[in-house]
Design a protein around this ligand. Sequence first.
Ligand code: SF4
Length: 197
Amino acid sequence: MEFSENKRLLSASLLIEYWYCPRFIYFMNVLGVQQYEEKRLKVRLGREVHIRKALQPEYLRKKLGVIKQEKNVYLSDPGYGICGILDEILFFDEGKISLLDYKFAYNSHKFKTQFLQNVFYSLLIERNYNTGIDHCYIVYTRERNKLVRYDIKEKDKKEVIQAINDVHHIISTGYFPGGTGIKKRCPDCTYKNICIR
Ligand code: SF4
C-alpha cells in the first residue's frame, strides 16, 4: 500500500506502541486518550543516556571499515508514510550503507521490537538512498557499548511494512483492532478501564 504525501507520517515510536498492543494506536490516535507521562519520561531519559555514550569514529573505522558517518539524521518517506531520526548512518566502500542504533539496554535482554525498529529505520535508508540494506548494528549502552550485527531479511521488511500499513489503516479509518495476545500486559495498562476484552 502506498500513501499520498498528505497522509500523516508514522514514527518508529508509534510502531513500538502498535507492537505492544494494536489497540494503543486506536486509543491514542483515534480517540486521543494519551498514556501516562511517566512512560514517556523513561523513554526520553534512556535516549539521553545513550546519546552521551556514542562510539568513536576511529573505533568504527577499525572494527567495521566505516569510511563515513552521518549522525542524528532525519529521514522521511511519503510512499510508506513514515519518518524518523536515525542515530547514525554508516557508509562503507562500494556504496554500501548500514544503520547504527544505540539502545539503552543489555544485549542479553534482546527484544524483537528493538530489531523491528531498526528494520523500520533501514526502510527509510533504502527509500532515501536508493539502496538495499541487508544488515544493521545495535550498540547496547548498558553493556559497555557492546556492538552487535543483525542480518535483515526480506521477510523482516515485509513484517514491518505490514505493521506500517495496519497503523495507517487504524488511524485513517478508525478501525478498532484486536488487543495484544499477551494477557499479562492488561492489568497494568493505562486503557484497561475502557478496553473491551
Ligand atoms: S487492556 Fe490489554 S488489550 Fe486493552 S489496550 Fe491495554 S494491553 Fe491492549
